[in-house]
Ligand binder design. Sequence first.
Ligand SMILES: [Zn+2]
Length: 282
Amino acid sequence: MEVNLHPAVPDLDGAAHPEANGHAPAAPTALRTFEFDLPVGYVDPEGRLHRTVVLRKMTGREEALMADRAYQRNGGKLVTDLLHSCIVRLGDLTRNGRTTVARLYSADRNYLLLKLRSITFGSELETTYTCPNCNETIQQTEDLDALPVNLVADAASPDEVYVDLEDGYVDREDQVHVSLRLRLPTGEDEEAVAPQLRKNASLGKNALLARCLRSLGDVPRQRLEAMGPKILADLTMSDRRRIDRALNEHAPGVDLTRQIDCPNCGHEFKTTMDLSRFLSLE
Ligand SMILES: [Zn+2]
């Protein structure tokens, strides 16, 4: 069921948004709308790929969304509603509602969130890292627009990630399965696992990966489905890290991997930029 949480915001059809006709918008809307190409893109029910998105700056309406306590239980829903509110146009779609935004790949949604932050507040973001060697807190200013973005080639099948596990999954016959195939998560996945994620980050991740798991070695399909998130819980921590790395480094979207040099002890380390509070208003 489609629930319109924001009756004040018209659906994304051209009629409701004069700037959504695909031509250069007249001022002052021109200053508020920006065009971007999605790293993956949205494939509509007819199989057509849509990659161009026109975003507008966030307003007081989105500020109210972010402050709404009802969303604290489901970050995925907040992202869907924020983007639904700020996407002026998605590809050639004449109309797209909340469901379309929920079906976008997380890689595209995260990319759009970064751009939303960047066009509204500027691209500089103060971030904090902790040195794993000496525990020093390192403050750094990141330029969101300078982060590398992995784009999927138009013809490529964009939505799968392959991981070779080191230890693998050991089944009841003591057979080891090492090749893991995942589809890319979407906003619908984020929304579905948000309750588990809120209780326990690790269990939330298992639930997300289980939804996205397409195959694991020769484990039969029905066995995978019966095991669900438990199969991910059985993997070693180093294998779980491999999966994270594959999703962060090789999957399409913004590469949030950062190479940090600790000014205190000289230790160099790789880490992932924390975006959990990056939309905060201060
Ligand atoms: Zn250090």
